[in-house]
Design a protein around this ligand. Structure first.
Ligand code: MRU
Length: 344
C-alpha cells in the first residue's frame, strides 16, 4: 500500500499533509519556521501522538536553523523547543521526542553541528516509528480472528504516525492476511477524526469501512458484529491507565459489557513512566466552539455553555492488552525496553 504522506523533511522545511482539509482536499503545507509548525500542531494540521512527536523532532531542526549563531544560539534553540512543548499537553510522544532532541542539542558544539545532529536524530525517530508501526501490525494481527469485525476510535493510522499507524497498522496487516470482514469507525465528535480521517484511510486501502455515531458504539458492540476493539493512545501511565481521544473510555466499558476484547496499540514512546496513574495525566481542554458547531454550522442553543475535553482516561482493568513493537503485553510493566523514569 502507498504510505500516507503525513510528514516529510524536504531539506530546509517540514512538509505536512494538512489534515484539517481531509477528506475532501489533499493540500500540503510547508513549515520553515518553528512558530508555523507550532500553530500547525495546535490547530491539528498534523495530529496523532506519534506524528506530533515526529513533527516536533523536525521542529528542533528548524529551531536550530533559525536561532542566531554565536552566544545566543542555545537559548534561541531552547525557546523554540519550549514553544513546541507548549502546543498540546496530553500526547507524551511530543515530550519524548523533544527530550531526545534536547539531549542532542546539549551535546552539539556549534550551530552547524547542531543542525546536522538534530536532523539525523529526527530522521532516526521517524524511521524507528515506521518500524514500530510495522511490528505493531504484525503482533496485533495475530489477535484478530477470521472474518472479523473491528471497531476503532479516532484516527490511529498512517495520518497519526510515521508509518502505517498503531491501531490501523493492526487493521492493515489483518486485512492483508484476509482476516477482516469490515471495519467500524466511530465518527469521533467534535473534530470527526474517525469520519474524516480513518474512513479516508480505509477507503484508500480498499478496506470496507462503516462510520457510526460515537453514541452507537455500545449498541453495535451488543449486536455481536464486533470481534475486537483496537484504539491508539496518547499517554499510558505507569499502571497502564491510558489517555486517548475522548470517547475511548465509554467504548472500553461497552466492550467489557459485551465481552468483546479491547486492545490499545501504541509504541513504547507513548509510555509515560513518570506518571503513576491516569489521574496524573493532563487532559487537553480545547476551544468550546469546536463542540458548539458541526462543521461550519453552529448548533448550540444561544446561552448554553460547551465543554470540550479532547481526551479521556481508560482504566487499565478495562484493557485486555497493550500491542507495542515488542509484542502484546498485559500491563506496561511487562514491556521490555520501556522508557524508565529518570526523575525530575
Ligand atoms: O486530537 P488528536 O487527533 O491528535 O487525537 C489523536 C488520538 O487520540 C489518537 O487516537 C492517538 O493520538 C493515537 S495515534 C496513533
Amino acid at each position: 500500500m502507498t504510505p500516507v504522506p503525513t510528514l516529510e523533511w524536504t531539506g530546509g522545511c517540514l512538509r505536512l499533509l494538512d489534515q484539517r482539509l481531509l477528506p475532501f482536499r489533499e493540500v500540503f503545507i510547508e513549515c520553515r519556521r518553528v512558530d508555523t509548525l507550532a500553530e500547525a500542531i495546535r490547530s491539528l494540521a498534523v495530529r496523532g501522538a506519534p506524528a506530533i512527536g515526529l513533527a516536533a523532532g523536525y521542529g528542533a531542526v528548524l529551531a536550530a536553523m533559525e536561532a542566531p549563531a554565536g552566544p545566543g544560539f542555545l537559548d534561541g534553540c531552547l525557546r523554540g523547543l519550549d514553544l513546541l512543548a507548549s502546543t498540546r499537553p496530553t500526547a507524551v510522544n511530543l515530550f519524548f521526542c523533544l527530550d531526545v532532541q534536547r539531549r542532542v542539542l546539549m551535546n552539539s558544539k556549534d550551530r552547524d553541528g547542531a543542525v546536522a545532529a538534530l536532523l539525523e536524530s529526527a530522521l532516526r525517530l521517524h524511521r524507528e516509528d515506521l518500524e514500530a508501526c510495522a511490528a505493531m501490525g504484525a503482533h496485533g494481527a495475530a489477535l484478530v480472528p477470521p472474518n472479523a469485525g473491528i471497531l476503532t476510535h479516532c484516527n490511529a493510522g498512517g495520518l497519526a504516525t510515521g508509518g502505517l499507524g498503531t491501531a490501523l497498522a493492526v487493521v492493515y496487516e489483518a486485512h492483508d492476511r484476509g482476516l477482516v470482514r469490515e471495519v467500524f469507525a466511530d465518527e469521533t465528535r467534535p473534530l470527526l477524526q474517525g469520519a474524516r480521517l480513518t474512513a479516508w484511510e480505509m477507503v484508500r486501502a480498499g478496506i470496507p469501512v462503516t462510520v457510526i455515531p460515537d453514541s452507537a458504539a455500545a449498541h453495535l458492540l451488543a449486536s455481536g458484529r464486533v470481534d475486537i476493539v483496537v484504539t491508539g493512545a496518547d499517554r499510558i501511565a505507569r499502571n497502564g491507565d491510558t489517555a486517548n481521544k475522548v470517547g475511548t473510555f465509554p467504548l472500553a466499558l461497552a466492550a467489557r459489557r459485551a465481552g468483546v476484547p479491547f486492545y490499545v496499540a501504541a509504541p513504547r514512546s507513548t509510555l509515560d513512566p513518570a506518571t503513576e496513574k491516569g489521574s496524573g495525566i493532563v487532559i487537553e481542554n480545547r476551544d468550546p466552539d469546536e463542540v458548539a458547531g458541526f462543521g461550519s454550522a453552529r448548533v448550540l442553543a444561544p446561552g448554553a455553555e460547551a465543554w470540550n475535553p479532547a481526551f479521556d482516561v481508560t482504566p487499565v482493568d478495562l484493557i485486555d492488552g497493550f500491542i507495542c513493537e515488542a509484542g502484546v503485553f498485559r500491563t506496561p510493566g511487562d514491556i521490555p525496553g520501556a522508557p524508565v523514569d529518570s526523575g525530575p
